[in-house]
Write a protein that binds this ligand. Structure first.
Ligand code: SAM
Length: 252
């Protein structure tokens, strides 16, 4: 069975319609998993990724070193103008970046500017305020999940846990022409794989903000929640579901 990322990246590739030697730009590319998926399917494609985490870019460079087409991975603050010429890009992709930006509409304007006429963009964002997790007491679970949706860890300039559900409207309000909206739900009865990574992210992020004295929940609450999920998982009572909203649009 494909992993969540494999399924998501397949959808990016299907919806981006990239020509064989086309240029795809990943905004907030992180460690480059989506670009690597494009490279496997389209070995001659030109792959560009922007992120401001040097560590993530180093991993992406290693991951893409054997790609046959041109690869450019550069540090870039995506709150600012993209370092790309008008109408120069065939496809733009971006996953789980927009909530970090105080003005996501600005980036959508930039995407429209750099896409060639007919070029496509595929955006995906999990709706973190809609996480479904069963295993901990209800009140505690609500506090933890809402804190995760609302809290901005140190590496994010802002946080909008509801950006997933807002994504179709944001694109509609931009100069891009929205063509397609779908959801990808990842679910699991095991505290393993994507579910374990996300639960670990939640725990790590909330513990870090609690330690900085800025948390919306206490470190003890986070650990109580985590222990309850582990116990539930051992007893077969754990369930997890995360919804990613995927929106495709064109530059006309
Ligand atoms: C949740 S990660 C997603 C990474 C990748 N798209 C993926 O799906 O695996 C968000 C990424 O956005 C980057 N990021 C956040 N704010 C940024 C900004 N203002 N400029 C550039 N990159 C930013 C982070 O460094 C991080 O790599």
């Amino acid at each position: 069975m494909p992993t969540t990322n494999e399924t998501l990246h397949d959808r990016f590739i299907d919806l981006a319609g990239l020509p064989e030697q086309g240029l795809v730009v990943d905004l907030g590319c992180g460690a480059g998993p989506a670009l690597a998926a494009f490279g496997r399917r389209l070995p001659q494609a030109r792959l560009t990724g922007f992120d401001r985490s040097e560590q993530a870019l180093d991993t992406a460079r290693e991951r893409l070193q054997s790609h046959q087409g041109a690869v450019e991975l550069a540090s870039q603050d995506l709150r600012e103008k993209l370092p790309l010429a008008d109408g120069s890009v065939d496809a733009v992709i971006s996953s789980n970046l927009l909530e970090c930006l105080p003005d996501p509409a600005n980036l959508l304007n930039e995407i429209w500017r750099v896409l060639r006429p007919g070029g496509r963009v595929v955006l995906s964002h999990s709706d973190f305020d809609a996480l479904v997790i069963s295993g901990a007491p209800v009140k505690l679970d609500r506090r933890i999940c809402h804190a995760f949706a609302d809290d901005a860890p140190a590496w994010m300039d802002s946080s909008d846990g509801r950006i997933g559900r807002k994504l179709p409207g944001l694109v509609q309000a931009s100069p891009l022409t929205r063509t397609h909206v779908e959801t990808l739900v990842t679910s699991s009865t095991e505290l393993a794989g994507h579910a374990a990574r996300r639960v670990g992210d939640i725990r790590g992020a909330l513990l870090a903000t609690a330690r900085r004295g800025r948390g919306l929940v206490l470190a003890e609450e986070v650990e109580e929640w985590y222990a309850a999920l582990q116990q539930a998982a051992d007893a077969g009572g754990f369930f997890f579901a995360e919804t990613a909203v995927i929106v495709a649009a064109r530059c006309v």
